[in-house]
Design a protein. Structure first.
Length: 168
């Protein structure tokens, strides 16, 4: 159905509730397969959305990578698995010049895999429901055939202006 780059609305609320601790929780990333059957956007709530709850109550049915259709990219090769999809190099900063808080991560690379993906979901693996943080469209299907698949996160730019996740 499609992938639209967005910070997830539930993440914004849960951040204010103190649910996410980006410094100490395990933050992971999952590839969304090309031709996904669900829509992934600001309304995405969790990694595995079936019958989950979040701090705002019961989740409605909808965009989760394992909601019956399994929209997580099919990947061959040992480098891509739940255990090694952790994002590293988490850095939280504040630009007082622009009144902007932002979060950055190291680029993520899986070596020697075969995969096709149209986007990715960043989620908090430390929370029981694996709550969604953000969804990112690659703008096209990206394919790797027995090679490296790399997600290059944007450079932070001046005062965090182009950081991956930023609050203004």
């Amino acid at each position: 159905m499609g992938v639209t780059t967005a910070m997830c609305n539930t993440f914004k609320k849960e951040l204010l509730e103190g649910l996410h601790d980006l410094d100490n929780h395990t933050i992971k990333i999952a590839l969304i397969k090309a031709g996904s059957t669900e829509t992934y956007d600001a309304e995405t709530k969790t990694y595995d959305n079936a019958d989950s709850t979040y701090s705002g109550g019961t989740l409605p049915a909808g965009a989760g990578l394992t909601t019956g259709t399994n929209d997580e990219a099919s990947v061959t090769g040992n480098a891509y698995s739940v255990t090694n999809n952790t994002l590293t190099g988490v850095s939280i900063a504040l630009s007082t010049a622009d009144n902007r808080a932002y979060v950055t991560f190291d680029d993520k690379e899986w070596q020697d895999i075969t995969a096709s993906a149209e986007g990715a979901l960043i989620y908090n693996h430390s929370l029981d429901n694996h709550n969604a943080i953000a969804v990112f469209s690659f703008g096209q299907t990206v394919t790797s055939t027995a090679g490296n698949f790399t997600i290059n996160f944007p450079a932070v730019g001046s005062e965090g202006a182009t950081a991956l996740i930023r609050l203004v």
